[in-house]
Design a protein around this ligand. Structure first.
Ligand SMILES: NC(=O)C1=CN([C@@H]2O[C@H](COP(=O)(O)OP(=O)(O)OC[C@H]3O[C@@H](n4cnc5c(N)ncnc54)[C@H](OP(=O)(O)O)[C@@H]3O)[C@@H](O)[C@H]2O)[C@@H](O)CC1
Ligand SMILES: [K+]
Length: 495
């Protein structure tokens, strides 16, 4: 267990808290120390701080931190809307012994009292249901304060495991989270509510942690290191089936991305018979799809970019599912699969690994569900898909998730809205297949390719001054650069 990258399910997190309590670790005091240390690092003494204290231990963290900050000379106000639990009462006794008072509400029009920093300690991982009534009003009031906001453990109102606001959620600039990362900080609406995320393990010994459920740790890229004594055949072969009339660009983009990510040889089999050359990327070998097309076993096969839903597309997918090597299904490859139990049976009989790369709506079709339900619990959705289809699954969207049944799920912390444009799914499919072709294990290939893709999107935003206007052609060189960098910095450093 690495407490900075590994994640627990909620029952396991509760188990850890109990174990720490039994070991006499006084985690709440450590949490308060951590909050006070962060404030002292960023704000000079005498700064105005407002601590919003909720009814549970999250409130206890905030109020004990308020005591430390008052002692250190800060001007601290405490907002305590309801009487809290025993921990809050203990903190309150200390606060009152220091001469502090509390206010139950925020006055409206509080311009005289605007703090420089809000400590958000209303709710943490104990949020048990959607917020209602006065709590909604209070979150709105706090969000409208023109000051920076530090969320304690998790922005109040945000579901720590799912990343969804429950009625409303605090909009933080920084989130200081304890013991281990929580998936809700990084997926769905989490990143838009958390700001910068800092993990403090509170010096809790790794031996106390229960088994992990998921991880933020990235796969090692050293398997992609190249020998000087290598040739194009050393770097794998892949075939792409897709590119129906009107959608030929999708298959070409997948092929170009595979080239940018280092695949040795790339065949594109468009369903549009008129497409025989990519003039911008003549390295791609275009062989229009025919019903008797035979894909050699050693080819990594991608089916879906621009495939369409025609009878011909269906025939291409049926045949592809018999491919003995690994197979990646994307876009209409997934939509055809979702709509046909016969194809699903063929998938279950496959001997090679299959990777599914749905966006949330495609995932919903595969699960006979709807997009909102998938987004409401993205971790559950990706795990269920990987179990139901016995595949490696990559669920796109903010905080991309990956799962293979029986292994900890993986979660990407990187990403950029620059990638929310046409063609990026095709690029990602080609990129994953390229890493498979070069010998990476399927889950690692999908994970590393997605992270390189996400990082390249971040680099674009930084270079272009914002996320608008990214084309696939602009992204590919950034991906190549990022991948080379990952490989060069992997494994044992060279002399
Ligand atoms: N334990 C430890 O070792 C450590 C814990 N730590 C800290 O504790 C936090 C977890 O504390 P926690 O379990 O007390 O839960 P917390 O988030 O404060 O809220 C629970 C309270 O909220 C209430 N409530 C819930 N939903 C509600 C709603 N919709 N609307 C209104 N009320 C609602 C709920 O009431 P009830 O559901 O019982 O009615 C209960 O009163 C964690 O995030 C971290 O900050 C750290 O110090 C490290 C060590
Ligand atoms: K909070």
């Amino acid at each position: 267990m690495n407490p900075h990258t590994d994640m627990l399910d909620l029952p396991a997190l509760r188990q850890l808290e109990l174990a720490a309590d039994a070991a006499g670790l006084a985690l709440m005091q450590r949490a308060a120390d951590s909050i006070a240390a962060w404030v002292q690092k960023h704000y000079p003494p005498a700064s105005r701080i407002l601590a919003a204290v909720g009814p549970g231990n999250n409130g206890g963290d905030a109020l004990f931190a308020a005591c430390r900050l008052r002692r250190a000379g800060y001007q601290v106000e405490v907002l305590l809307p309801v009487p809290g639990n025993a921990a809050v009462q203990a903190a309150l006794a200390e606060w009152q012994a220091l001469g502090g008072s509390v206010r139950p509400t925020l006055p409206t029009g509080i311009s005289a009292l605007v703090p420089e920093l809000l400590l958000d300690g209303l709710f943490g991982v104990g949020l048990a249901r959607p917020l209602e009534g006065e709590w909604l009003h209070l979150i709105a009031q706090l969000n409208s304060l023109p000051c920076r906001k530090l969320a304690i453990d998790i922005p109040s109102g945000l579901d720590a495991m799912r990343g969804q606001p429950q009625g409303a959620a605090l909009q933080a600039n920084v989130t200081l989270s304890f013991l281990c990362p929580k998936p809700g900080l990084y997926t769905a609406a989490g990143p838009d509510h958390c700001g910068e995320v800092i993990i403090d393990d509170l010096a809790c010994p790794p031996t106390l942690y229960p088994p992990t459920a998921g991880t933020l740790a990235l796969p090692d890229a050293s398997v992609l290191r190249r020998k000087r004594d290598s040739h194009k055949g050393s770097h794998g072969v892949l075939s792409i089936i897709g590119g129906a009339p009107g959608m030929t660009g999708a298959a070409l983009l997948a092929g170009r991305a595979a080239l940018a990510m280092g695949a040795g040889k790339i065949f594109v089999h468009p369903l549009d018979l008129a497409l025989t050359l990519d003039p911008l990327c003549p390295e791609l070998m275009l062989r229009p799809w025919q019903h008797n097309l035979l894909i050699p076993e050693n080819h990594q096969l991608v089916v879906g970019p621009g495939l369409g839903l025609s009878d011909q597309a269906h025939a291409a997918l049926s045949r592809a599912l018999l491919h003995p090597g690994s197979l990646l299904l994307d876009a209409d490859g997934l939509n055809l699969l979702a709509a046909d139990h016969g194809l699903q049976q063929l998938l279950q009989q496959r001997s090679g690994t299959t990777i599914l790369t749905p966006h949330p709506t495609e995932a919903a079709r595969l699960l006979d569900s709807d997009t909102a339900s998938v987004q409401a619990d993205r971790v559950a959705a990706v795990r269920e898909l990987s179990q139901r289809f016995d595949c490696v699954v990559l669920l796109k969207g903010c905080g991309t998730l990956l799962a293979r049944y029986g292994q900890p799920y993986r979660l990407l912390t990187r990403g950029s809205p620059s990638l929310a444009v046409a063609g990026q799914g095709d690029v990602l499919a080609g990129a994953i297949a390229a890493l498979l072709a070069q010998g990476m294990a399927p889950l690692d290939a999908a994970h590393l390719a997605a992270d390189v893709h996400a990082s390249a999107g971040e680099h674009y935003s930084a270079q272009a001054g914002g996320p608008i206007g990214l084309s696939c052609q602009q992204l590919l060189p950034l991906m190549t650069h990022e991948l080379n960098h990952r490989v060069a910095s992997s494994g044992v450093p060279p002399f």
